[in-house]
Design a protein around this ligand. Structure first.
Ligand code: ADP
Length: 474
């Protein structure tokens, strides 16, 4: 079976969040299970692209509306990622340093999808399945089945995975001319609220759609930025498959980014050493519990709650704590979190930005990781944290609900706050501090956390099962 994954992100080439992790891991694990999986993504001006060798496998001209463009398909030469990686290079559109955030993102990702389909069309390259990820690739199922141009590719089966249902990539019908001629009877499959909505279209047109956790599938019909009705209608056809973690990269025993590597046997001593080093770098005393946050500083992640929660934590002299933040996102939250540094030196610090290595060192050295998310499609931070013996403090929503069991339950290993509010999270923090004071109890939980099986092995098999069951939907 051949599967092409189409994604805007893929670790280690370009990663903004969980989508990058998944696109960089799932294909590798599928290959290990006998599926021929590859990845096709845009060519960005990133370090990986500059430092690795690529060969050009295809070149052509095509159109975005009446705008002609030339594109190339480059293949990573060494095959070292465990899957074939193809980059679509469109000069002036995709070859930029950032993945998202440009005024012409719509044009960039529509052009990416058209170039992909043209490549398939003119090269004769075959696949059984095109697995599309998030709205940046959401037009592909519709175009395969209902555009005249790509009719000869309509035998490709399609899967669409939602990693984030809050973003739809919607644009108005005035830009409908970007798409090649389509069956006029089918335009309704593109439309939502009088606009073209790639996410909605993919949910309707792909042979199967999945979300990255079962709970998130249910939650989309309650909150999905305007698509609630659609998900209410479609949820019975969806499948929730929890993400795995790439244990080649996220393993405290071998992780090259952490100073003191460890196993279940050595965790207590080595984790303490990792904490000491981290605390030294950020000016903390290693005696206090170290609370951390890693992630996008956006409302979905509850990042706007953090400054007030931190103020409450820092104002309690009976329970001294250290707090470290790694993240970037909404400007106001970034500024507030940065400003807090001056108010509480020696107890609070923040790295505003993206830093893969520091993230690894935090998972290894922290005592607790906070995830007060309002929306969490799967969440990978809690899975990485657990593998490194760091306890997650979460609001039980989406994938957090499916993966974190409260310590008050039998075999529990996390702290569930019950709501994404300042009070609920602060109560969770107080429970964590109490647990920290009982060092023996906290340490007893390390093996339980570290042996949880969130590997890709299981989830990749679920995807294979889904691939095998695909039939044309419409
Ligand atoms: P998202 O909704 O952002 O995709 P996930 O929990 O699924 O959230 O995935 C987040 C991934 O991005 C994790 O691998 C996390 O370690 C990483 N990450 C997020 N922000 C940063 C940052 N500022 N620096 C380094 N890694 C980060």
């Amino acid at each position: 079976m051949k599967v092409i994954h189409l994604s805007a992100e893929c670790y280690p080439v370009a990663k903004i969040g969980g989508l990058g992790d998944v696109a960089g891991a799932l294909p590798k694990y599928l290959n290990q299970l006998g599926v021929e999986a590859s990845v096709v993504m845009p060519f960005y001006e990133r370090k990986f692209v500059q430092e690795n060798t690529f060969e050009t496998v295809f070149q052509a001209n095509t159109f975005l509306g009446d705008r002609p463009f030339f594109f190339e398909v480059l293949k990573e030469a060494s095959g070292k990622l465990g899957f074939d990686l193809y980059l679509i290079k469109i000069l002036g559109l995709l070859d930029r340093t950032e993945v998202y955030g440009y005024a012409d993102d719509i044009e960039r990702f529509v052009a990416f999808q058209l170039a992909f389909l043209d490549w398939m069309l003119w090269s004769g390259k075959q696949t059984d399945i095109v697995h599309c990820h998030d709205h940046q690739t959401g037009l592909v199922p519709f175009l395969l089945y209902y555009s005249y141009r790509y009719k000869s590719l309509a035998h490709f089966r399609t899967v669409f995975t939602i990693h984030n249902g809050q973003y739809h990539g919607a644009f108005n019908w005035q830009r409908g001319n970007y798409l090649p001629e389509i069956d006029p009877w089918k335009t309704g499959l593109l439309d939502w609220s009088n606009g073209i909505n790639p996410l909605a279209s993919a949910v309707r047109c792909a042979d199967a759609f999945t979300t990255v956790s079962p709970s998130y599938l249910k939650e989309l019909s309650i909150s999905s930025n305007g698509l609630e009705q659609l998900f209410e209608l479609e949820k019975a056809h969806g499948t929730g498959i929890i993400n795995g973690i790439d244990t080649d990269i996220w393993d405290p025993k071998t992780d090259p980014m952490i100073t003191q590597k460890y196993t279940i046997k050595t965790v207590s001593a080595k984790k303490a050493k990792n904490k000491e080093l981290l605390c030294k770098q950020f000016g903390f005393s290693a005696e206090k519990p170290l609370f951390t946050f890693i992630g996008r500083l956006v409302v979905e992640k509850g990042a706007d709650l953090l400054p007030e929660i931190f103020r409450l934590m820092l104002a309690d002299p009976k329970n001294p704590v250290s707090i470290l933040v790694l993240g970037s996102g909404d400007e106001e939250t970034e500024l507030e979190l940065a400003a807090l540094k001056e108010a509480s030196p020696g107890q609070y610090n923040a790295y505003i930005g993206y830093n893969e290595e520091l993230a690894h060192r935090i998972y290894a050295g922290a005592d607790f990781i906070m995830m007060p998310s309002r929306v969490e499609p799967c969440g990978l931070n809690q899975l990485y944290a657990l593998r490194y013996g760091t306890m997650p403090i979460v609001n039980s929503v989406g994938g957090l609900k499916d993966t974190v069991i409260d310590i008050s339950e039998p075999n529990g290993y996390g702290i569930c706050c019950g709501a994404a509010t300042i009070n609920a999270v602060f109560t969770g923090i107080k429970r964590a501090i109490k647990l920290f004071k009982n060092t023996a109890e906290l340490r007893l939980l390390y093996p339980r956390e570290m042996t949880l099986d969130f590997s890709w092995g299981r989830s990749a098999k679920e995807y294979i099962h889904l691939y095998q069951s695909l039939k044309p939907k419409l």
